[in-house]
Structure formats: structure tokens, C-alpha cells
Design a protein around this ligand. Structure first.
Ligand code: FAD
Ligand code: SIN
Length: 534
């Protein structure tokens, strides 16, 4: 099918990670479905997922236990009803995947359930050892294509098309052209925003675009101060940081300092399998105390186990000259997962009519203030199906013939590309240093002052992908800094060293952002965002 023939569709999904693909599969029987991805179809974070998907699937487990673990890891902050939906529907969504022929790993014929931090039971299903994300994306892509879903690659969604407050479609940049695609429902499945930090496990495509375009259209963004840092990331001599899955610790790997001493059991009763924020901060503290690296030690697990259970990690580390069955793995925390996002109801509806959000970009409340490991892929499945059911009920509208199908991109800006490239890198460093794992008022103030200086440059209507991404990153960074500033307490993964304890009163509120008045040109965020407690 030609692109021009798809500029009017029934359902438009932005993003081809687990959330976008699963929603597309569930919607395919209800009408024409088009999926946009800003790069190729494997560009998001899903492809890199290692540990697996959590679900109460064994005789010793139950959705109730899964709920309690999720709730406790989230520091009792999220939405217990949403958590209930997540854990109750989890086994059914896993069964859907099994019915599709997805081969989760088995041991002696039974599903091989892994262990991860803060789970009281073994409940992590995985594929290809530690290649869960890649295997899932490949299988879901095949399935979606076989159901007639139309994919548009290298298509960067830049703005939503609004008509009297209703979402009618999306503008996207492809090559040197800007296209308008109309749909009765638009579903943002654009992932998180890990790229706003210098050190991150996230894929390069994960720049917070969906959050920014939803905000510009009037949707509410929520809980942006809650950003999770993964404790065990390997920083190779060249290339991007590489995750060493929590499942490695689940199989018995231990954290040691330079002297070979274990230190986690002094910090948390569950030791290495304590909540992520606790383990991440303990690593930083141990690095500071000893003035040296911290390592993961899995040598006792042996070569054949390392190779069979963690083939991706084993082979990638070997490419960097590190044999994980014989050497210690130097690890340090890195930005990993956005817990907050676009506020949605239990069916993924945002506050903008006909606009839905699902996956990491959405804030369903299931992760509280700290996500339980392997609940994210699950969220994409559970809420993907719910979004599909709700979107299927939206009535088709007449095509708006006033909108041109395509036009030439606008190619001028007062800021050149090199400046923008430099701005992105400086922003990433700034956020890592001042709004990272450990925060305080003075660092956040520094970040705010710098972002305010860049603010005018970022707010131009200019159709260029790198420009748009960087503007989006700046907007989300500004909101994250404002929310982190306003939450004068420590809770879950938001840690303020100047307010190291939780504050009971603040624990009842959420920080939200909403664009005050819809400007006629919804492509620019002129006003600096303000956090409101709700
Ligand atoms: P993504 O998979 O990130 O996909 C986003 C999509 O949106 C991409 O297709 C991208 O191209 C597209 N997109 C973005 N912006 C635009 C735009 N402007 N225009 C067009 N397209 C756009 N979670 C678990 O539960 N278990 C795990 O084992 C696990 N391991 C992880 C390992 C790593 C290294 C990382 C980084 C994360 C891991 N997570 C894990 C988290 C989990 O992988 C992600 O939260 C989840 O995959 C997000 O899925 P998604 O579909 O919401 O977004
Ligand atoms: C991991 O494998 O450690 C990542 C799991 C997750 O982010 O849920």
C-alpha cells in the first residue's frame, strides 16, 4: 500500500514498541490501523528488554501477592485500583501470547520463572534467556503484519491535529515533507524520555516526544519527578551504556566492592534484591565511601550457566573483552524508566477527546513512585488491550478536506543545527548532574536557571527532527526539574538529600502540568511550565 493511501485511517498508533504493537494487534479487527515509528520498527526500548514480563503464573503465586509487591515497591503511592487491573489481567495477557505461539523459556517442560528485585515470588517469564524484548518485538511485528496493520517507518510525529479540542490526527515529518494523517482515534505509544539524561539504558529514539505533543495539545502530565535509575549498568570503553539485567542478581550474582566485600545485606534485608532505588543509591554510596568501582560478581554461576541463561549479556560483554564467567563486571546506576507520564484513565483515555496513551509514556498509576521490575512490558500488554477496546468504540468522522495531505517542511530557524546538537548534549549532562539519582534544591536551581536561558531558543515552529526532539527534551526536562523541586520529600525513586524522609502530606498529592490556554499554534510551548499539586 502507498503512504498517500493511508493518510486517512481509523486508528493511528504512534510507536512500535510492545504497547503500540499489542494495541495494533488488538485493534486490527475493528478497522484500518496505521503505526508510525520515528526510526525503524525496532527503535524503542522494548527491543532491549532483558529480564522479562512479570505475571502470577505459578501455583505458589497469586495476583494478590503480585499486587502487594507492586504496591510496596511503589512506596504505597500509586493507584491501587490500576495495580489491581494490572495484576489480575496479567495471566490472561500471558496466555494470549502463549496462544500466539510465543515461546517463553521452559525448564523441564514448565515455564522457567525468574526472580527479580522486590518480588516475593519467582514470576518473571523470559524468552531466549535475556532476549525477551527482541523476541517479543519480532513475534508481535509478524502478527501485526499478518493482520494487515500498516507501518510507516522514519516518520516523526511532531504535532497532534486538533479540532475544537478533539484530536483528529497527527502531523509527521518524513524526509523533507510534513504529512497530515487523519484518524478517529490517535494512540500515543511513544515510550519514555531516558535520553534527557547523559547516562541512560534507553534507546536513542526515547526522547519524550509523545509527552511533549500531548502536553501541547492540552493533556495533563503527571508524576514526572519519578524517574527510575537502574542500579547495574556496564559502561563500556566505547558505545552506549549496557544494562546488566536484574535477573542476573535474581540468579545469585552479588554486588561487591573493590575489596571483594558484599555490602548490600547491611543496607536492605533482601540484599541485592531490594528495591531498585535502594540498590542504586547503595552503589553510589559504596563508590563514594571506597573511592572505587562497585562490581557484580557472577563467577560462581559458571560458564555454561552464564552462556545459556544470559546469552545476550554474555556475548555483548565478551565483545568488550569481559568474560562475565571469569571477571567481575563493573556496574553503576543509569537512567532507566519514566514512571510518570500522560495522565490516563483505566482505558488509556487522556483528557483530550479521541487521544489515548499507553505504555511507558502513559501514567496509569500502576508504578507508584518506583516501578517493580518487569511490570513495564506487562503494562503495555494489559493496557494496550484496554485502549484497543475503548478506541474501537469511537465513531468514524468525515475526513477534513481542508487539511493538506502533505507539504514541504519549513526549513528555517534562527538557531542552527550545530547549536542544537550541542544544546542536547549539555542538557543531558545538566540533568544527569542535577536532576539524577540524588537531588537537592541547589542542584535543581542550577538546572532551572540553565534551562530558562535555553527556553526561547527552543520555542520555534521549525520542522526538523533533531530540533523537534531537542525542544521536546527541554520541555520535559523543565517539567521534571520543576516537579522534583516542588516535591520536598524523598519517596521511591525521587530522592532529595535535603529532604531525605517521606512527608505524609505530600504523599497524598500528585504534581501535574497542563498547558494553561490552548494557543492557536499548538506547536510551540511559549510559557515555562508550572507544577501544580493535586
Ligand atoms: P518503546 O518500546 O520505547 O517504543 C517507543 C516507540 O515510539 C518506538 O517505536 C519509537 O520509534 C516511537 N516513537 C517515539 N517518539 C516518536 C515520534 N515522535 N514519532 C514517531 N514515533 C515515535 N521492562 C520490563 O518489563 N522488563 C524488562 O525486562 C525490561 N528490560 C529493559 C531493558 C532496557 C535496556 C530498557 C531500556 C528498558 C527495559 N524495560 C523492561 C522497560 C521496558 O522495556 C519499556 O518500558 C517498554 O518496552 C516501553 O515500551 P513502549 O512500547 O511504551 O515504548
Ligand atoms: C532488567 O532486566 O533488569 C530490567 C527489567 C526492568 O526494567 O523491568
Amino acid at each position: 500500500m502507498r503512504l498517500e493511501d493511508c493518510l486517512n485511517t481509523d486508528y493511528l498508533i504512534i510507536g512500535s514498541g510492545i504497547a503500540g504493537l499489542y494495541t495494533a494487534i488488538c485493534l486490527a479487527a475493528s478497522g484500518r490501523v496505521a503505526v508510525l515509528s520515528k526510526q525503524d520498527l525496532v527503535a524503542g526500548n522494548t527491543w532491549f528488554a532483558q529480564g522479562g514480563i512479570a505475571a502470577a503464573f505459578s501455583a505458589e503465586d497469586s495476583p494478590k501477592l503480585h499486587l502487594e509487591d507492586t504496591w510496596k515497591a511503589g512506596a504505597c503511592f500509586g493507584d491501587r485500583i490500576s495495580v489491581g487491573v494490572l495484576v489480575e489481567e496479567a495471566p490472561f495477557r500471558i496466555q494470549d501470547l502463549l496462544d500466539m505461539g510465543i515461546n517463553f523459556d521452559r525448564r523441564n517442560g514448565a515455564l522457567d520463572l525468574g526472580q527479580e528485585g522486590a518480588h516475593s515470588r519467582k514470576r518473571i517469564l523470559h524468552i531466549g534467556g535475556d532476549a525477551t524484548g527482541k523476541e517479543l518485538v519480532e513475534a508481535l511485528l509478524l502478527r501485526a503484519k499478518s493482520k494487515g496493520v500498516f507501518f510507516i517507518e522514519d516518520a516523526f510525529a511532531s504535532d497532534l491535529i486538533l479540532d475544537q479540542g478533539r484530536c483528529r490526527g497527527v502531523k509527521f515529518i518524513k524526509g523533507k515533507r510534513v504529512f497530515s494523517i487523519q484518524a478517529r482515534a490517535v494512540i500515543l505509544a511513544t515510550g519514555g524520555c531516558g535520553q534527557i539524561f547523559q547516562c541512560t539504558t534507553n534507546a536513542p529514539a526515547v526522547t519524550g516526544d509523545g509527552l511533549a505533543i500531548a502536553f501541547q495539545a492540552g493533556a495533563v502530565l503527571k508524576d514526572l519527578e519519578f524517574f527510575q535509575f537502574h542500579p547495574t549498568v556496564f559502561f563500556p570503553p566505547q558505545g552506549s551504556p549496557f544494562l546488566i539485567s536484574e535477573a542476573v542478581r535474581g540468579e545469585g550474582a552479588r554486588l561487591v566492592n573493590r575489596q571483594g566485600e558484599y555490602f548490600m545485606e547491611l543496607v536492605h534485608p533482601r540484599g541485592e534484591l531490594g528495591p531498585r532505588d535502594v540498590v542504586a543509591r547503595a552503589i553510589l554510596a559504596e563508590q563514594k565511601r571506597t573511592g572505587a568501582q562497585v562490581y557484580l560478581d557472577m563467577r560462581h554461576l559458571g560458564l555454561s550457566f552464564a552462556r545459556e541463561r544470559f546469552p545476550t549479556i554474555y556475548s555483548r560483554c565478551l565483545e568488550w573483552g569481559l568474560d562475565i564467567s571469569r571477571n567481575l563486571i563493573p556496574v553503576s546506576p543509569a537512567a532507566h524508566y519514566l514512571i510518570g507520564g500522560i495522565e490516563v484513565d483505566l482505558n488509556g483515555r487522556t483528557g483530550v477527546e479521541n487521544l489515548f496513551a499507553v505504555g511507558e509514556t502513559a501514567s496509569t498509576g500502576v508504578h507508584g513512585s518506583n516501578r517493580l521490575a518487569s511490570n513495564s512490558l506487562l503494562e503495555g500488554l494489559v493496557f494496550g488491550r484496554r485502549v484497543a477496546m475503548a478506541a474501537a468504540g469511537i465513531q468514524p468522522e468525515e475526513r477534513d478536506h481542508r487539511l493538506p495531505g502533505q507539504s514541504l517542511a519549513i526549513g528555517h530557524s534562527s538557531v542552527d543545527k550545530a547549536t542544537f546538537h550541542a544544546l542536547r548534549e549539555t542538557l543531558q549532562k545538566l540533568m544527569w548532574k542535577h536532576a539524577g539519582l540524588i537531588r537537592d534544591a541547589s542542584g535543581l536551581e542550577t538546572a532551572r536557571e540553565q534551562i530558562l536561558k535555553w527556553w526561547p531558543a527552543a520555542n520555534h515552529a521549525y520542522f526538523d527532527v533533531e530540533f523537534a526532539e531537542t525542544s521536546n527534551m527541554l520541555l520535559i526536562a523543565a517539567m521534571m526539574v520543576e516537579a522534583a523541586f516542588a516535591r520536598q520529600e524523598s519517596r521511591g525513586c525521587h530522592y532529595r538529600q535535603d529532604y531525605p524522609d517521606p512527608d505524609l502530606e505530600l504523599g497524598h498529592g500528585h504534581l501535574v502540568f497542563q498547558k494553561p490556554v490552548q494557543s492557536p499554534d499548538n506547536s510551540a510551548a511559549a510559557e515555562y511550565p508550572r507544577a501544580v499539586f493535586r
